[in-house]
Design a binder for this molecule. Structure first.
Ligand code: ZN
Length: 158
Protein backbone atom coordinates (compact mmCIF):
# COMPACT_ATOMS: atom_id res chain seq x y z
CA UNK A 1 0.00 0.00 0.00
CA UNK A 2 1.04 3.56 -0.46
CA UNK A 3 -0.01 7.01 0.61
CA UNK A 4 -1.18 9.04 -2.36
CA UNK A 5 -1.00 12.79 -2.72
CA UNK A 6 -4.32 14.47 -1.91
CA UNK A 7 -5.30 17.01 -4.53
CA UNK A 8 -6.39 20.38 -3.20
CA UNK A 9 -9.00 22.93 -4.23
CA UNK A 10 -7.91 24.71 -7.40
CA UNK A 11 -6.74 21.41 -8.94
CA UNK A 12 -8.82 20.83 -12.09
CA UNK A 13 -9.14 17.10 -11.42
CA UNK A 14 -11.52 17.87 -8.53
CA UNK A 15 -13.98 19.47 -10.99
CA UNK A 16 -14.19 16.45 -13.27
CA UNK A 17 -16.87 13.76 -13.42
CA UNK A 18 -15.58 10.30 -12.50
CA UNK A 19 -16.24 7.26 -14.69
CA UNK A 20 -18.00 4.02 -13.78
CA UNK A 21 -15.80 1.09 -12.78
CA UNK A 22 -16.52 -1.79 -15.18
CA UNK A 23 -14.48 -4.53 -13.55
CA UNK A 24 -12.15 -5.07 -10.63
CA UNK A 25 -8.52 -5.17 -11.69
CA UNK A 26 -5.33 -5.45 -9.62
CA UNK A 27 -4.73 -1.79 -10.36
CA UNK A 28 -8.15 -0.77 -9.02
CA UNK A 29 -7.73 -3.00 -5.96
CA UNK A 30 -4.41 -1.28 -5.30
CA UNK A 31 -6.09 2.11 -5.68
CA UNK A 32 -8.68 1.17 -3.04
CA UNK A 33 -5.99 0.01 -0.60
CA UNK A 34 -4.09 3.23 -1.17
CA UNK A 35 -7.22 5.35 -0.71
CA UNK A 36 -7.92 3.70 2.65
CA UNK A 37 -4.35 4.21 3.81
CA UNK A 38 -4.33 7.82 2.59
CA UNK A 39 -7.65 8.56 4.33
CA UNK A 40 -6.48 7.11 7.66
CA UNK A 41 -3.12 8.85 7.47
CA UNK A 42 -4.89 12.19 6.93
CA UNK A 43 -7.43 11.50 9.74
CA UNK A 44 -10.29 11.84 7.27
CA UNK A 45 -13.69 10.17 7.42
CA UNK A 46 -13.94 9.79 3.66
CA UNK A 47 -12.02 10.03 0.43
CA UNK A 48 -13.05 9.92 -3.22
CA UNK A 49 -10.78 8.62 -6.00
CA UNK A 50 -10.72 12.02 -7.71
CA UNK A 51 -9.09 13.43 -4.57
CA UNK A 52 -6.04 11.32 -5.34
CA UNK A 53 -6.26 12.22 -9.04
CA UNK A 54 -8.03 9.12 -10.36
CA UNK A 55 -11.33 9.68 -12.16
CA UNK A 56 -13.11 6.49 -11.07
CA UNK A 57 -16.40 6.25 -9.20
CA UNK A 58 -14.93 4.92 -5.97
CA UNK A 59 -15.22 6.32 -2.45
CA UNK A 60 -14.01 5.06 0.91
CA UNK A 61 -15.73 6.14 4.11
CA UNK A 62 -15.05 5.41 7.76
CA UNK A 63 -16.87 7.50 10.33
CA UNK A 64 -15.86 5.33 13.29
CA UNK A 65 -12.19 4.64 12.59
CA UNK A 66 -12.67 0.89 12.55
CA UNK A 67 -15.30 0.05 9.98
CA UNK A 68 -14.42 1.19 6.46
CA UNK A 69 -16.92 1.11 3.63
CA UNK A 70 -15.77 0.84 0.04
CA UNK A 71 -18.41 2.10 -2.39
CA UNK A 72 -17.87 1.49 -6.10
CA UNK A 73 -20.29 3.10 -8.59
CA UNK A 74 -22.49 4.30 -5.70
CA UNK A 75 -25.89 5.81 -6.34
CA UNK A 76 -28.38 7.30 -3.93
CA UNK A 77 -31.67 5.40 -3.73
CA UNK A 78 -33.41 7.37 -1.04
CA UNK A 79 -32.90 10.35 1.24
CA UNK A 80 -35.01 11.82 4.00
CA UNK A 81 -34.89 14.54 6.61
CA UNK A 82 -32.34 17.26 6.98
CA UNK A 83 -29.32 18.05 9.11
CA UNK A 84 -27.25 21.17 9.27
CA UNK A 85 -23.70 21.06 10.56
CA UNK A 86 -20.02 21.69 10.05
CA UNK A 87 -18.27 19.99 7.21
CA UNK A 88 -14.66 19.85 6.09
CA UNK A 89 -12.73 18.21 3.29
CA UNK A 90 -9.20 16.84 2.93
CA UNK A 91 -8.99 18.77 -0.34
CA UNK A 92 -9.80 22.05 1.42
CA UNK A 93 -7.33 21.94 4.32
CA UNK A 94 -7.83 24.11 7.39
CA UNK A 95 -11.35 25.18 6.42
CA UNK A 96 -14.85 24.32 7.55
CA UNK A 97 -18.36 25.50 6.82
CA UNK A 98 -22.00 24.82 7.55
CA UNK A 99 -23.75 22.55 5.06
CA UNK A 100 -27.28 21.14 5.09
CA UNK A 101 -27.53 17.49 4.06
CA UNK A 102 -30.18 14.77 4.29
CA UNK A 103 -30.40 13.18 7.75
CA UNK A 104 -30.81 9.73 6.20
CA UNK A 105 -29.52 8.24 2.97
CA UNK A 106 -29.68 4.81 1.40
CA UNK A 107 -27.26 3.96 -1.40
CA UNK A 108 -26.57 1.02 -3.68
CA UNK A 109 -22.95 0.35 -4.61
CA UNK A 110 -20.62 -2.44 -5.63
CA UNK A 111 -18.18 -3.88 -3.13
CA UNK A 112 -14.61 -4.96 -3.92
CA UNK A 113 -15.93 -8.16 -5.51
CA UNK A 114 -18.24 -6.02 -7.69
CA UNK A 115 -21.29 -7.40 -5.90
CA UNK A 116 -24.09 -4.91 -5.39
CA UNK A 117 -25.00 -4.09 -1.80
CA UNK A 118 -27.00 -1.43 -0.04
CA UNK A 119 -25.85 0.82 2.75
CA UNK A 120 -27.95 3.13 4.85
CA UNK A 121 -26.73 5.81 7.18
CA UNK A 122 -27.88 8.67 9.33
CA UNK A 123 -26.14 11.68 10.85
CA UNK A 124 -22.38 11.72 10.15
CA UNK A 125 -22.47 8.66 7.88
CA UNK A 126 -25.26 10.19 5.77
CA UNK A 127 -23.31 13.44 5.58
CA UNK A 128 -20.11 11.63 4.58
CA UNK A 129 -21.87 9.60 1.88
CA UNK A 130 -23.41 12.74 0.32
CA UNK A 131 -20.12 14.64 0.55
CA UNK A 132 -18.09 11.86 -1.10
CA UNK A 133 -20.65 11.20 -3.83
CA UNK A 134 -20.55 14.90 -4.71
CA UNK A 135 -16.82 14.51 -5.38
CA UNK A 136 -17.57 11.88 -8.04
CA UNK A 137 -19.52 14.49 -9.98
CA UNK A 138 -16.88 17.18 -9.58
CA UNK A 139 -18.51 19.07 -6.71
CA UNK A 140 -16.91 20.35 -3.52
CA UNK A 141 -18.80 21.13 -0.30
CA UNK A 142 -17.65 24.76 -0.51
CA UNK A 143 -20.28 25.24 -3.24
CA UNK A 144 -22.96 24.34 -0.69
CA UNK A 145 -21.69 26.25 2.34
CA UNK A 146 -24.19 28.50 4.06
CA UNK A 147 -22.55 31.73 5.13
CA UNK A 148 -18.77 32.03 5.22
CA UNK A 149 -16.14 29.38 4.86
CA UNK A 150 -14.29 29.53 8.21
CA UNK A 151 -10.81 28.66 9.34
CA UNK A 152 -10.89 25.51 11.46
CA UNK A 153 -9.33 27.25 14.49
CA UNK A 154 -11.76 30.14 14.37
CA UNK A 155 -14.68 27.70 14.22
CA UNK A 156 -13.41 25.76 17.25
CA UNK A 157 -13.31 28.89 19.39
CA UNK A 158 -17.01 29.46 18.93
ZN1 ZN B 1 -14.17 16.04 0.41
Amino acid sequence: MAIRKIREIGDEVLRKTCKEVKEMTPRTAQLIDDMLETMYEANGVGLAASQVGVLKRIVVIDTTGEDPYVLINPRILETSGEQSGQEGCLSVPGKTGIVTRPFYVRVAACDRDMHVFELEGTELLARAICHELDHLDGHLYVERVEGELMDVEEAQEE
